[in-house]
Write a protein that binds this ligand. Structure first.
Ligand code: UDP
Ligand code: MG
Length: 133
């Protein structure tokens, strides 16, 4: 089991609903370390670069406008097996499919406004972290 990093984002819908503290508590209670953190509003070019892999998909424009609609919290998460452990903690993209107790089950509004991001691989985590830190 490797010590890894993941990029976590508390997305605008969650910041707007005062859920920063609740989400951070879940992260910390699950033995994930927040080693860097900052809050900012993503510009369109930042959001477009970050979600470049989804360019051209039907939800892309909506995703970019959502991610630039208000401040986000960016976090460098660290711990053993953190990429998978944080993905499991977030739950499935569509909150209707997310397991009980996951962040998205608890807080996400729908498949787009789903409150949190987490890197999906060790390699992507390093790329994503380098965009913001
Ligand atoms: N998304 C969306 N509609 C979809 C799939 C994804 O609006 O059908 C949004 C949603 O905010 C999601 C993000 O695009 O978190 C990135 O999609 P991805 O498939 O990478 O999901 P994730 O890795 O965040 O679970
Ligand atoms: Mg993804």
């Amino acid at each position: 089991m490797a010590y890894e990093k993941s990029l976590g984002i508390i997305k605008p819908d969650a910041v707007e609903r005062n859920l920063i503290g609740s989400i951070i508590k879940i992260i910390e209670d699950n033995d994930i370390k927040i080693n860097q953190m900052k809050m900012l509003e993503l510009t369109s070019s930042m959001a477009e670069e970050f979600y470049n892999i989804h360019k051209g998909k039907p939800f892309y424009e909506k995703l970019i406008s959502y991610m630039t609609s208000g401040p986000v919290v960016l976090m460098v998460l660290e711990g053993n097996d953190v990429v998978k452990r944080y993905r499991d903690l977030m739950g499935k993209t569509n909150p209707e499919d997310a397991a009980e107790g996951t962040i998205r089950k608890l807080y996400a509004k729908d498949t787009t406004f789903n409150s949190v991001h987490g890197s999906d691989s060790i390699e992507n985590a390093l790329t994503e972290i380098s965009l913001f830190f």
